[in-house]
Design a protein around this ligand. Structure first.
Ligand code: C2E
Ligand code: MG
Ligand code: MG
Length: 475
């Protein structure tokens, strides 16, 4: 009997050990696969896939810290001749030696990657706007470092490099457009005779023309009824009820077609048209609120304020008049302002916000986490809610940093007794993460895209019965 128990134990130990060994093998195989998928086997540098990932990450971080990222596209001059005349083995040695030389010229926070062949990319991170000369310094150092020959095992090879440089955000806002810009600049460097670098130059006259056209068309937009509002519902996660909606402005022009507010709001600001447009948005939002109230739809609308509007001396009294004219309880209106608007002149901002707050209008901070609000200041503003910026929500669950930041914002908001709204919620995973972590409200395509007035009212009516939404509707 005792023997059988011991035998069984031995068998179990052996089985456990085998399992353990298998798991270790599997883990190693997964690691190997991950390495192969992300690194170039000749130079051990990040490959194209990892390079694109790193650029994406660099842009996100730069957008938050308002810094620059430079993308350098490098191509060895006449590499094919080396390969053809001295053979592939020497070509490979040259690529390895090149990667070592390049690595020495960049900082530890930068990335050097090999795209394939004789093409390399360098990502220079965290360049302060005031420090953009640093990019030229580094690029010049790289070009001159090729003056020395490469001593390979049996040959000494002279080669030079052509580099195309572009800078985020000036030359592009996403990985694709930056890679295209850097590539175009590299071809320019080849054209002007190789062994040099070129910065990407957008066709500035084209940009100026577009701006000019946008301003011209925008002038008539209100009169010609080209502006309209859409409404993106916000859902309270504790009750599963729609509490309100963000009001988003749309513009459709006969010549320009649909123009994004991301493009035309800044142009409206710098051309002074924002006052008229901002008033139009507020008034039309009040009209919609008033008709919702008449139809027994108890919701709140959140209106985005632009920096210029926020600076207007009579903002508070203007909103007060509008609410009175349309007979709207102030609790039904929320204003969204960004962190940077608050931080520009803290004392003035407190003064304006206190006037708005005294009227019992709600105040939310938009795109929270991207600016530089100091926490001590945050306590001084009479706020009601924080909206976690879309860029954190985007990579929730898949990116540890973003997940940690989101959790930190939620817990900070709770301790400051503020509501937290997550915007840009697109997936079921993000939704359930936010629900589990006690985020108050969510807004995003997962739940609803921005809707026209009628569709929005129907949406609110259909979700009004305080019913728990079946999960299949949410995924
Ligand atoms: P915002 O206030 O942060 O608005 C959120 C933006 O995210 C909206 O873009 C919305 O359509 C979009 N969005 C919502 N859910 C999702 C999602 O799940 N995934 C993705 N990828 N995007 C989502 P939109 O309408 O293009 O507005 C862009 C920005 O333009 C706004 O950012 C706001 O800063 C500005 N804006 C829009 N309307 C007005 C306005 O009436 N006045 C002012 N001053 N600014 C406005
Ligand atoms: Mg907003
Ligand atoms: Mg936002």
């Amino acid at each position: 009997m005792l023997e059988t128990i011991e035998e069984n134990q031995l068998e179990r130990d052996a089985a456990n050990e085998a399992l353990h060994l298998n798991r270790r093998r599997l883990e190693r195989a997964v690691k190997d696969l991950q390495y192969l998928a992300n690194y170039d086997s000749l130079t051990q540098l990040p490959n194209r896939a990892l390079c694109m990932d790193r650029i994406k990450y660099a842009l996100k971080s730069a957008a938050r810290t308002k810094s620059l990222v430079a993308v350098l596209f490098l191509d060895l001059d006449h590499f094919k001749d080396v390969n053809d005349s001295l053979g592939h083995a020497v070509g490979d040695q040259l690529l390895k030696a090149t990667s070592q030389r390049l690595q020495e010229k960049i900082r530890s926070e930068d990335t050097l990657a090999r795209l394939g062949g004789d093409e390399f990319v360098i990502i220079l991170n965290h360049i302060a706007e005031s420090d953009s000369d640093k990019v030229i310094d580094i690029v010049e150092k790289i070009v001159t470092s090729f003056e020395l020959p490469f001593k390979l095992s049996s040959y000494e090879v002279n080669t030079t490099v052509s580099i195309g440089v572009c800078v985020y955000p000036t030359d592009g806002g996403d990985v694709d457009s930056l890679m295209k810009a850097a590539d175009a600049a590299m071809y320019k460097a080849k054209e002007v005779g190789r062994n040099t670098y070129e910065f990407y130059q957008a066709d500035l006259s084209q940009l100026a023309n577009r701006r000019h056209q946008v301003v011209n068309e925008l002038r008539g937009a209100i009169k010609n009824h080209e502006l309209y509002l859409v409404f993106q519902p916000q859902l309270n996660l504790a009750t599963n009820r729609i509490i309100g909606s963000e009001v988003l402005l749309r513009w459709e022009n006969p010549i320009l077609g649909k123009v994004s507010p991301v493009e035309f709001i800044p142009i409206a600001e710098s051309s002074g048209l924002i006052k008229e447009i901002g008033d139009w948005v507020l008034e039309n939002a009040c009209m919609v609120l008033s008709s919702c109230l008449q139809e027994q739809l108890k919701i709140r609308l959140a209106v985005n304020l632009s920096a210029m509007q926020f600076k207007q001396a009579d903002l508070a009294s203007q909103i007060a008049n509008m609410l009175k004219d349309y007979n709207i309880p102030p609790q039904c209106l929320e204003v969204e302002i960004t962190e940077s608007m608050l931080m520009r002149d803290v004392n003035k901002a407190i003064e304006v916000l206190e006037k708005i707050k005294a009227m019992q209008i709600r105040i939310a901070i938009d795109d929270f986490g991207t600016g530089y609000s100091s926490l001590s200041y945050l306590r001084r503003f009479p706020l009601d809610a924080l909206k976690i910026d879309q860029s954190f929500v985007d990579d929730l669950v898949v990116d540890n940093d973003d997940t940690a930041i989101t959790m930190a914002i939620i817990s900070m908001a709770k301790s400051l007794r503020l509501e937290v709204v997550a915007e840009g919620v697109e997936t079921w995973q993000q939704f359930s993460f936010l629900q589990q972590n006690h985020c108050d409200d969510i807004q995003g395509y997962h739940f609803s895209k921005p809707l026209k007035e009628d569709e929005f009212k129907t949406f609110v009516r259909e979700h009004r019965m305080d019913r728990i939404l079946p999960k299949k509707n949410l995924s």
